[in-house]
Write a protein that binds this ligand. Structure first.
Ligand SMILES: [Fe+2]
Length: 361
């Protein structure tokens, strides 16, 4: 399967992964053949891309790092929170903690979860999808740092609610595709404090969780907002969420901006690590995300094209690549190269552009 931007979808293409709307209903089932009307609906709903079956690529299973069911359940809890904030009623701390505990249990029960973030949100709403991913990425980082379950829960609750204050910010500013004016940016900068004030009033939600919302836009070198906190004056939980927040934002398709592939996103993160992010924490995130996610089409220094079919946890930059020969997927003649054990062979490029791949064959 491959990811196709909504603008490039054509009738007749077959959907490879079920797409949900954020209330859990199915928008498009896996296996459905696209029609003009479906494509129109995807555009209306601002869905940036869809997974399409591709007969010229070998079918590889991309492992989910959290199940669709957990994602949808978490989005549902988050929607409940947003409604409570909107209506001025108290957040349901018990439900929030239960949901986060489920993510913690799911992630701690799997050994060595590797995130293949070529993933499209399983549903349509960016804010929900983003908060759920940030929660899971933050918890994974916390696991790598050796946190206990209670710490993981406090971290997860804060991560899930980190942008809760955005509900009080004008939507036209939040969704504005072009650069914000100074006044608009000043308004956006209010959301950490608004979120903090809302969360700290909630019985049953810990003080550190509330401070995650308050501090998630602070930067390691002191250039962040709202208070310009610096270095380890920023709560470690908030430093973790800041790293996850940036990584997920740059690897997610938006209507106005295409996602960066994982290897480019990691480059961007490396640059930010010089000043804006705690380098030790960013390294912990890197341990958990695939540089070349399963399903990526890559070009090797041998000139051959291949598809990533497995990753080596010990060296995420050296995955197992199945060589693609022309358009023929001949199951009797599979050549797989494990780059960890073939040190002379390296990945030269990631082919994200279908045209470039066609030209290369
Ligand atoms: Fe934020």
């Amino acid at each position: 399967m491959r990811k196709v931007l909504t603008g490039d979808l054509k009738p007749g293409m077959r959907v490879a992964k079920t797409l949900y709307v954020s209330d859990g209903r199915i928008l498009l089932n896996s296996g459905v053949i696209l029609k003009e009307a479906y494509i129109r609906r995807l555009k209306e709903k601002d869905i940036p891309a869809v997974y399409i079956m591709d007969e010229t690529l070998p079918e590889v299973e991309v492992p989910e790092f959290i199940s669709d069911q957990t994602r949808l359940q978490t989005a549902e809890t988050l929607r409940g929170c947003m409604n409570s904030i909107d209506m001025g009623t108290e957040l349901n701390a018990r439900k929030i903690k239960k949901t986060v505990n489920e993510i913690v249990d799911e992630l701690t029960s799997k050994r060595h979860v590797i995130v293949h973030l070529n993933d499209i949100r399983a549903y349509d709403d960016y804010t929900f999808g983003h908060s759920v991913s940030v929660t899971a990425l933050s918890i994974l980082t916390g696991i790598s740092l050796g946190y206990n379950k209670l710490e993981l829960r406090d971290l997860g609750v804060g991560a899930l609610l980190h942008d809760a204050g955005k509900i009080k910010i004008d939507e036209s500013i939040l969704l504005k595709p072009s650069k914000l004016t100074e006044n608009e940016f000043e308004e956006v900068k209010q959301h950490p404090r608004i979120g903090y004030d809302l969360i700290k009033e909630t019985d049953g939600i810990s003080f550190p969780s509330a401070h995650i919302a308050y501090q998630h836009h602070e930067k390691y070198n002191g250039s962040g907002y709202p208070r310009g906190l610096k270095g380890d004056d920023i709560l470690e939980f908030a430093q973790i969420v800041a790293v996850a927040d940036i990584y997920d934002a740059i690897t997610t398709d938006r209507v106005y901006r295409k996602a960066l592939p994982a290897h480019k996103a990691l480059e961007v993160m490396h640059n930010l690590m010089q000043a804006q992010l705690n380098p030790d924490i960013a390294q912990m995130l890197f341990k958990n995300v695939a540089v070349y996610p399963i399903g990526s089409v890559v070009e090797l220094n041998t000139g051959e094209l291949g598809i990533v079919v497995d990753v080596n946890k010990e060296d995420l930059s050296a995955p197992v690549v199945r060589i693609i020969k022309g358009d023929e997927i001949n199951q009797d003649e599979i050549t797989e190269i494990d780059l960890m054990h073939n040190k002379g062979i390296i990945i030269k490029d990631v082919i994200t552009d279908r045209k470039k791949w066609e030209d290369n064959k």
